[in-house]
Design a protein around this ligand. Structure first.
Ligand SMILES: *Cc1c(COP(=O)(O)O)cnc(C)c1O
Ligand code: SF4
Length: 353
């Protein structure tokens, strides 16, 4: 390095001024974005910044993380708690909606803050780390609720915890006899892959069935560093799943979805859910209508490995649960079914016997 040139360690961009400095927003946008930043947290990690082409005004990575003044407009059907977590919270940090599984939210901080986030009203850098006593009470709730067979760590992002704290949680959950499955939902492997150290991966080691569902919406997020992070998790015995949100301007074409699911499979990540956007405040610019989502997925059936097929789901407002949205390839007839061919998209009669 030449004398006198300081080595600047890349840093997470946390405010509009930093965005302008990084060339991700024009200086004249800063004032408007400051108003957005008063309402919703922002963070763009160095790993994510490296994936963005600042010369592309339509960059699909930037679109997920760079704030927009459109976020200041809340539509009448947008809700601050679109999946209704609050009414299903028996103790702080737990959400119990389905009989056999419940969420544990040990903190509400994330490596990045997605502009379309369904929990955007509550997530943030100083958000909601459960105290020691609150975490104890939450884990005690799991121990005292035998119908719950699966603990799902979410937040926020559980992999933002230190390896030591995470290990403590996994160890305590692993000691509960009626729990069969521990599942973690995280964006860390793609957004901050350097956090997935050997110590963090080791913290996930357990005799229970351990699944990690990585949130990624674009093929480019599977960078070499992200793939290494995922590999470390696999070596620790973790089964990897993928979850994505269908997003306007990010993955709203058959080609973008194909590339995304192929990138997941190549990283040994099984696509699990494709989420319809939850109507959180100021997120309307990301919505793709369900009709279009179904048509996009229909094009992919037959075109790529059956392993790639996610369930396309809508998390119903008011806490009614996640419902599959199709597309369906069947239509009921008086004598049986008409079934659409996944290769030629023609209709084939299939009478019931
Ligand atoms: C999404 C969710 C789950 C997990 O649902 P799966 O369909 O099993 O992935 C569990 N509990 C709550 C409250 C949820 O919102
Ligand atoms: S990582 Fe998840 S919880 Fe955090 S901002 Fe993004 S979508 Fe929301």
């Amino acid at each position: 390095m030449p004398d006198g040139v300081p080595h600047l360690k890349p840093r997470t961009l946390r405010d509009p001024a930093a965005l302008v400095e990084a060339g991700l927003a024009p200086p004249e946008a800063a004032a408007g974005l400051e108003r957005v930043a008063e309402h919703f947290a922002m963070a763009i990690t160095p790993a994510v910044q490296a994936l963005i082409d600042p010369a592309d005004p339509l960059d699909p990575i930037a679109r997920q993380y760079v704030p927009d003044v459109a976020e200041l407009v809340t539509l009448p059907d947008e809700r601050s708690d679109p999946t209704s977590d609050a009414p299903f919270t028996p103790v702080k940090g737990v959400v119990h909606r389905y009989p056999d599984r419940a969420l544990l939210k040990p903190l509400l901080a994330c490596p990045v803050y997605c502009r379309f986030c369904f929990r955007r009203e509550v997530v943030g850098p100083d958000g909601g780390l459960l105290s020691e006593a609150e975490l104890d009470a939450a884990i005690d709730w799991f121990a005292a609720t035998p119908q719950v067979r699966e603990a799902i760590l979410t937040g926020g992002d559980p992999l933002m915890l230190s390896a030591r704290r995470l290990e403590h949680i996994i160890r305590r959950l692993s000691a509960i006899p009626h729990l069969d499955i521990i599942r973690i939902h995280s964006r860390v492997p793609v957004a901050a892959p350097e956090r997935v150290s050997d110590a963090l991966a080791a913290a996930l080691s357990t005799d229970k069935a351990m699944f990690l569902c990585v949130h990624a919406n674009h093929a480019r997020e599977f960078s070499p560093m992200a793939r290494e992070a995922l590999r470390r998790l696999q070596h620790a015995g973790v089964t990897l799943l993928g979850q994505s949100v269908l997003l306007r301007g990010v993955n709203d074409s058959a080609q973008a979805l194909e590339d995304l699911f192929r990138a997941m499979l190549a990283a040994q990540v099984k696509p699990y859910y494709l989420h319809q956007l939850d109507r959180a405040p100021g997120t309307a610019r990301f919505e793709v209508p369900i009709t279009e989502g179904r048509a996009l997925l229909r094009q992919l059936r037959g075109r790529l490995s059956g392993l790639a097929w996610p369930t396309y789901v809508l998390d119903l407002p008011n806490g009614a649960g996640k419902a599959p949205l199709g597309p369906d390839f069947t239509q009921a007839e008086s004598d049986g079914w008409t079934v659409k061919g996944p290769l030629d998209h023609r209709d084939y009669p299939y009478p019931e016997r």
